[in-house]
Design a protein around this ligand. Structure first.
Ligand code: GLN
Length: 515
């Protein structure tokens, strides 16, 4: 049953940094350990291991310890703020925070401290969750490796020559390096699930509108969605319930009760999937997928069958056009969203020496403030939206989006959840794809359909690939507002996976040393 994890010894690690968030929460609630002790243990681990990982762009020791002290006081008064009160968390640097900078991994926002808190940050604070700091990411969440950060890459704790995924590689690496038991990511095309897959952690993209986008710096507004990351399915569920729910500040927020995801995760841990219909997406997992990924996926499907699930193959014929549609829609929306970085209102301003016109200052600022991938997307999007091309590109992509949504509707008429590998390959080497945008884009082949359709999806670790020993992720997809199904199936699978091997997956994270 145990999804308990214990950190391999290494710089700054202690028993506390090895525990799951649910376990830490229980110990804090019972008064066995204080939130301050738990927070200090994670801050010490961060200090010791960051030179090897670089998961964080900003760590605020004092603010974190203050928040922990508050959580301890509330507990002492008998009024803990939430079931996760006192548990530390790593926050992706794309969500605004009034007490810490928010850079989105970009020179454009270097040193910018926002005047308002994102709803996600505000809900974390209200829940007594301790924010340790802000995590590294691809600039404005564009990328699959965290190599597009203006502040240098993050390294994968399983092999520091490899990428931790992207754009949320800082959050996933912080979990796998035991720097934090919880993290927040955002997923526009896969940036929660792909990093989770390649670091052996759990990541969930909730239903679009399930978690508020207020204060989430926009990349592609019709796709962006914040979500929970953890080392176990239960931890992700507990975090999901803290951040989810209607927010009048986000006009796309769903005004409906949050699915009962924690209860579903606890139910699922019993490992009984009788009566659950699982569809294997025929279009994903064949040619072009690494052998170890295919093997891991096949084993995972066998495990689901052994738990009593009824497994059938389902065809989603338009999924193969998802990547193409995404790389028109996302850049189109980004070209519009990123127009706000104009050197006038906030953020970087270059060349304003009294000799240049407004236009010259704008253009110098955008030239120097944005990295190459962001510029590529802005150009692609501006082109796709321009008159004369709009129908052929943007309009066509929107039609494909509708077809993909219909594929999901048809599939969910037959099955309760769909499954596929999360990514076609395991973590690649740093530098390997930087000059090949198409190869980089393919990392999100299997994750993008759920962004286009807006349904919920999770990546849960499915073991290690035989050829390189790197983690593989199983993707589970559920209909919109049926996020609880992800957690039930994910928790059942996780429990069976751990029962089948002698050591739990995260006990196998290699011992990290600082050079
Ligand atoms: N890798 C995808 C991209 O570069 C997805 C990014 C994301 O989900 N934020 O667009």
């Amino acid at each position: 049953m145990s999804s308990t994890t214990s950190v391999p010894d290494g710089p700054g690690s202690t028993e506390l940094t090895g525990l799951a968030a649910s376990e830490l929460a229980a110990k804090i609630a019972a008064g066995e350990v204080s939130a301050v002790e738990v927070t200090r243990a994670h801050l010490d681990r961060i200090e010791a291991i960051e030179p090897a990982v670089h998961a964080f762009l900003h760590v605020d020791r004092e603010a974190a310890l203050d928040a922990a002290r508050r959580a301890d006081e509330q507990r002492a008064n008998g009024t803990p703020a939430s079931p996760l009160a006192g548990v530390p968390l790593a926050l992706k640097d794309v969500l605004t925070t009034t007490d810490m900078p928010t850079t989105c991994g970009s020179r454009m926002l270097e040193g910018w401290t926002p005047p308002y808190d994102s709803t996600v940050a505000a809900r974390l604070r209200d829940a007594g969750v301790v924010v340790l700091g802000k995590t590294n990411m691809d600039e404005f969440a564009m990328g699959s490796s965290t190599e597009n950060s203006a502040f240098g890459p993050t390294r994968n704790p399983w092999d520091t020559d490899r990428i931790p995924g992207g754009s949320g590689g800082g959050s996933s690496a912080a979990l796998a390096a035991f720097e934090a038991p919880l993290a927040i990511g955002t997923d526009t095309g896969g940036s929660i699930r792909q990093p989770a897959a390649v670091t052996g952690t759990v990541g969930v993209k909730p239903t679009y509108g399930g978690v508020s986008r207020y204060g989430l710096v926009a990349f592609s507004s019709s796709l962006d969605q914040a979500g929970p990351c953890g080392r176990t399915v239960l931890d992700a569920a507990m975090l999901h319930e803290v951040i989810a729910g209607h927010d009048p500040m986000d006009s796309t927020s769903v005004d409906a009760p949050v699915p009962k995801v924690t209860a579903a995760a606890r139910d699922g841990a019993d490992g009984d999937l009788r009566g659950v219909r699982v569809g294997v997406v025929r279009e994903f997992g064949g040619e072009g997928y690494q052998q170890g990924v295919r093997d891991s996926f096949r084993t995972a499907v066998d495990t689901l069958t052994s738990l009593g699930a009824e497994v059938v193959e389902v065809s989603c014929p338009h999924f193969e056009y998802a990547l193409g549609a995404y790389y028109l829609i996302a850049p189109s929306e980004c070209s519009s969203n990123l127009a706000r970085f104009d050197a006038m209102r906030y953020g970087l301003r270059v060349g304003d020496d009294g000799t240049r016109s407004t236009e010259e200052v704008m253009s110098l600022t955008r030239e120097q403030g944005f990295g190459p991938e962001v510029k590529r997307r802005i150009m692609l999007g501006t082109y796709a939206l321009s008159s004369g091309y709009y129908d052929a590109y943007y309009g066509q992509a929107q039609k494909v989006r509708t077809l993909i949504t219909r594929d999901f509707e048809a599939a969910f008429g037959q099955v309760d959840v769909l499954v596929s590998p999360t990514t076609p390959t395991t973590a690649f080497r740093i530098g390997e794809r930087v000059d090949d945008p198409m190869a980089m884009y393919r990392a999100d082949l299997c994750t993008i359909p759920s962004n286009l359709a807006g349904n919920a999806a999770m990546s849960v670790p499915s073991g290690l690939s035989t050829e390189d020993g790197m983690p593989v992720g199983l993707q589970i997809m559920a209909p919109a507002m049926a996020d609880d199904r992800l957690y039930r199936v994910g928790a059942a699978y996780e429990a069976a996976r751990d029962a089948a091997s002698e050591v739990s997956l995260l006990d196998r994270v290699p011992r990290l040393e600082v050079a």
